[in-house]
Design a protein around this ligand. Sequence first.
Ligand code: HEC
Ligand SMILES: [Cu+2]
Length: 397
Amino acid sequence: MSYRLLTLSALRNRLARQPRGAQQPNLAQHPAGKAALSLLKVVASAGLPLLLLWLAGCSNEPAPRDTHSPVSDNGEISSFFYSLLLYLDAAILAIVVAVWAYALVKFKKQAGDDTLPEQSHGNMKLEVIWTAIPTLIVVAITVPMLVGVFQMSKRHDPNQPVVEVDVTGKQWWWEFDYKSGSAAGLHTANELHLPVGTAVTLHMTSADVIHAWWVPRLGGKRDANPGRTYPMSFTAKTPGIYDGQCAELCGSSHALMGTKLIVHPLAGELEVDYKGQKVKLETYETWVREQQAPAKPPVAELEKGLKLFKERTCPSCHLIQGLEGTDIAARSATSGPNLTHVGSRMGIAANTLLNNPENLAKWISKPSAVKPGSKMPDGLVTPEDAKAIAAFLSSLK
Ligand code: HEC
Ligand SMILES: [Cu+2]
């Protein structure tokens, strides 16, 4: 008995052969079978590419995390190189496939022709051509790419107005400390607000493990390493709201460590589209003034929430500026976001939940149910108390 690999052609031969004895109908020759087969072919040839496009997440609209719709100078540079490589590679693929297809047809082995084709081994001209062309392509990519890398790691002119923000990654949220300009001294979380058309430098660090700051439409990622600070300079060009995501596996809730970048106009209100929703953007200076204001004391119905907030040890980790007994939080690796204006944020828990009283209550009564491993402890309050605290926190606009 001999074994051999069943090649495709052997398989076809075997299938075509009628089985010994029984006279079985051949499905492929039956009219219904033929129709089914051609339908299958159409679906496979048209449907498969469509399915691939769908799986790749292709869309006409600029998605909230779309690197191909850049909104900053850095984003434009990286998007340019993405397109350059994509079109260059597509052209190379097209040429190679065309030459291959031509060779396939032109030099097909003829029946009865057993002569060897002309041997090109050691052909100096060919060797030079196929060494020179790839070298030229690599140079054409590398030289502008190096220029781009230097442009993206530029430092801003210190004589120009620059918004400087210290960005600290923490398991699993982002802390922002404004260092310059009108916002100097401002301390916020998770949603980074910046002015359009102004030079910005973020100074990245981490309070615990390695995180990475990434707002795809802004372009580029920057690692946030504990004990080190890396700058990232850019100018945002288009007002709007852009989603971001921690891009370095940093523990159980890494996937829930989102962020938002909100680029404000310099003058006048502006309506922008965010995920199909119309959102009004005030000017950057208005936002700064609102955030710098101390928290307003709660109205009578919400006083219970403030009282519970103080009793349930919340102020040991959270700051509410301007309300007595709530601004005692010491800054540490496990302390939480500044809540002075938490009601003004679009999301809570680093963009994991929409900011509304129900979600706030859900978060406060059991953070680990929203974010596994959360550094905010469970069981601080009953669900009833959580509702009262959530109502109070929502009022902190
Ligand atoms: C041991 C410190 C600690 C204590 C105590 C604590 N928290 Fe937190 N809190 C955190 C941390 C850390 C986060 C960020 C969690 C995350 O997003 O991963 C957080 C997040 C929050 C947020 C979401 C803020 C935002 O903008 O995303 C709210 C609201 C909040 N805490 C309310 C409370 C309340 C109310 C209490 C008291 C019942 C409380 N916290 C007690 C550490 C603490
Ligand atoms: Cu992270």
